[in-house]
Design a protein around this ligand. Structure first.
Ligand SMILES: Nc1nc2c(ncn2[C@@H]2O[C@H](COP(=O)(O)OP(=O)(O)OP(=O)(O)O)[C@@H](O)[C@H]2O)c(=O)[nH]1
Ligand SMILES: [Mg+2]
Length: 314
């Protein structure tokens, strides 16, 4: 199972305490400063499964800074902790609502800063206080609760009713090998495929009431939030093409009205299941709601070439 959402707590290390000590023979202070607590970083990886580990473990710690020592020795800094998240992860601080978008390869962000070490009594001496007997405590590291949400980064996203042929098309034009079946909700998790250098996402089908939790609901729509072009699949053997179209559009709208602003191409799928003249009529009907309508069948190579051309124009 692909984990695409998790809430975790990250704790940076505590700063080490400064040392209060004195040179054995002399009188001067020689206590060193404490080391800095380790920071917590998030770093992107191309591994889409990277959030899976957060399903079981919820709390992550960088280590504390070490205490300062005699002879003006500074304590060692705590070790930083770097957690990998998939490219396309949105990170929201649950309390402050601060957002970090991790959208590029090998992007690193500091999410919790380690506490600074306390000053030793050597560093605290001044002209007025030449022999301080106390040293400072280290400061606590930052603790943050973070919500991690994976939003796939793709160039195109297939949407449509269940069984409209989305996964079949992904397989026909990429090496994705997504599961295909003649029943609703064959796809239970998003699939990604690559054609040339274009990434295409295939998500589970939507049905009327998805935004109210019917079917698999709309939770997978987060995966097309960042996709610039929607490939809206409508099957040519459907008794109500415009009805299918409106159902999906209305679920997209309930999830996030901005999805309706994306560029959309209607893919009239399974075009082998109707006569050519009827396909032309269907294209005309659908042209009323979308500028671009492309009839496609996984059995017609020429139509697949047109789809590829649309995805990656020569
Ligand atoms: N005749 C014909 N059948 C097709 C075509 N494309 C897909 N199918 C069939 O349609 C059924 C559904 O295909 P899928 O690709 O699983 O559909 P989907 O939209 O991914 O479905 P969900 O994952 O449930 O949302 C399967 O039985 C496919 O073999 C096509 O071009 N022509
Ligand atoms: Mg599917």
């Amino acid at each position: 199972m692909l984990t695409d959402e998790a809430v975790i707590t990250v704790c940076a290390g505590h700063g080490g305490a400064g040392r209060a000590s004195f040179f054995k023979k002399g009188t001067g202070p020689d206590g060193g400063d404490g080391g800095k607590g380790g920071d917590v970083y998030l770093q992107t990886t191309s591994n889409l499964d990277a959030l899976n580990r957060f399903a079981s473990q919820k709390k992550y710690y960088a280590t504390d800074g070490h205490e300062g020592a005699a002879n003006k020795k500074t304590g060692a800094d705590g070790r930083d902790l770097t957690l990998s998240v998939p490219i396309g992860t949105e990170v929201v601080d649950v309390d402050t609502k601060e957002v970090f978008n991790l959208d590029t390869t090998e992007q690193t962000v500091l999410v919790a800063k380690g506490g600074i070490g306390g000053k030793g009594n050597n560093a605290l001496k001044s002209s007025r206080m030449t022999t301080p007997i106390h040293a400072q405590h280290g400061m606590p590291g930052q603790t943050r609760q973070l919500r991690l949400t994976l939003k796939l980064l793709a160039d195109f996203g297939f949407v449509g009713l269940p069984n409209s042929g989305k996964s079949s098309l992904l397989n026909a034009i990429t090496a994705a090998n997504a599961k295909v079946g003649n029943y609703q909700f064959t796809t239970l998790e998003p699939n990604l495929g690559v054609y040339e250098d274009k990434v295409i996402a295939d998500i589970p089908g939507l049905i009327e009431g998805a935004s109210a939790g019917r079917g698999l609901g709309t939770k997978f729509l987060k995966h097309i939030e960042k996709v610039p072009v929607l490939l809206h699949c409508i099957a040519a053997d459907s008794p109500n093409l415009l009805g299918d179209y409106k159902t999906v559009r209305s679920e997209l709208k309930s999830y996030n009205p901005r999805l309706l602003k994306k560029k959309e191409v209607i893919i009239l799928t399974k075009s082998d299941l109707a006569y050519e003249a009827d396909i032309q009529k269907m294209v005309k009907t659908l042209s009323k709601v979308s500028k671009l309508v492309l009839p496609v069948s996984i059995f017609y190579d020429e139509s697949l070439e047109k789809l590829k051309e649309l995805i990656n124009p020569a």
